[in-house]
Design a protein around this ligand. Structure first.
Ligand code: FES
Ligand code: FES
Length: 170
């Protein structure tokens, strides 16, 4: 039986009728047309589908749209503001933290979450924090460099998109 859900995505409230088994990843991509969130596996391992939900990074292929009812979600499309890249996006650009780019949206969301919780992580903490995000291209070195660059470039409060901040501290 279909249900109606209300989910705020990148600051816009959406009300949609969904099937009970619809995954949040498919809701974002197919229902809302936000295709920046990628789907790279069917085993919950690659992290390409990572989005921010109520201030915490989640793999959107492991969450039902129904479970996201009432929540606030930020996808890669919602990170930039006023035409300016988010500092983490900027750092990936500066430090060549991507090649094909398939893992990048999920990777960047995970990094935003990581820096929210640990504004100045060590190399080891960065690698540990990114364990759930697989990249087949970069060998991770430049990603770690990008995270450190982002950490130096931004005050901690900037890490989190505004609309998710209050939820994270609720
Ligand atoms: S698509 Fe979600 S973890 Fe791979
Ligand atoms: S840049 Fe290609 S998978 Fe990471």
């Amino acid at each position: 039986m279909a249900h109606t859900v209300s989910i705020t995505v990148n600051g816009t409230a959406y009300e949609r009728t969904v099937e009970p088994r619809l995954l949040l990843a498919h809701f974002l991509r197919d229902t809302l047309g936000l295709t920046g969130t990628n789907i790279g596996c069917d085993t919950s391992q690659c992290g390409a589908c990572t989005v921010m939900m109520d201030g915490a990074a989640v793999k959107s292929c492991t969450v039902l749209a129904l479970q996201a009812d009432g929540s606030s979600v930020t996808t890669i499309e919602g990170l930039a503001s006023d035409g300016k890249l988010h500092p983490v996006q900027d750092a990936f650009w500066e430090k060549h933290g991507l090649q094909c780019g398939f893992c990048t949206p999920g990777m960047i969301i995970t990094v935003v979450d990581l820096l929210n919780n640990n504004p100045h992580p060590t190399d080891e903490e960065i690698r540990h924090g990114l364990e759930g995000n697989l990249c087949r291209c970069t060998g991770y070195h430049n990603i770690v460099e990008a995270v450190k660059h982002a950490a130096n470039a931004m005050p901690a409060a900037e890490a989190m998109p505004e609309e998710t901040r209050e939820h994270a501290h609720a």
